[in-house]
Design a protein. Structure first.
Length: 147
């Protein structure tokens, strides 16, 4: 999806998907501050992939040079449990290979244990725990899938 396209439907999908984390993760997701214009700017600097129609799912891929970073993976509630996340991650892996990157990395919050299990099942391994500014405990986990 290009940065000149209307980002409202994708922003709506992201907002709905990430809303399930409200009250669970601390600190709250930065997505609550993101606007469709912010999303367009991110699409300009990275690759925004959207599974249509709907949109059903989306993700942002950012080439970091030594890895392809997968961020903002979201699947519509109506399509969860149907392997859509796996399809999106498989596409991220294909893009990493096409770019000559040796891995795909992503981050998830420490509280989202179901995500940890899902990412491990898709070949990711934990490589780091980090804390958001102002926190003295880990708040995020970084996972990597070597290709």
């Amino acid at each position: 999806m290009g940065p000149d396209e209307d980002m409202t439907p994708v922003h709506t999908l992201l907002t709905a998907a990430f809303a399930s984390m409200d009250g669970i993760i601390d600190p709250p997701s930065s997505l609550g501050r993101m606007t469709p214009a912010d999303l367009a700017a991110e699409a300009q600097a990275s690759e925004l992939w959207v599974l249509e129609p709907g949109p059903v799912a989306c993700m942002i891929l950012t080439d970091k040079g030594d890895t392809l970073y997968l961020g903002k993976l979201a699947v519509a509630a109506s399509h969860r449990g149907q392997g859509v996340s796996r399809v999106m991650i498989d596409h991220a892996v294909a893009r990493a290979r096409a770019l000559g990157r040796p891995s795909v990395t992503l981050q998830t919050r420490v509280e989202l244990t179901a995500n940890h299990a899902a990412f491990r099942a898709m070949g990711f391994a934990e490589i780091a725990r980090t804390a958001h500014p102002g926190y003295d405990r880990p708040t995020s986990i970084t996972y990597r899938r070597r290709l």
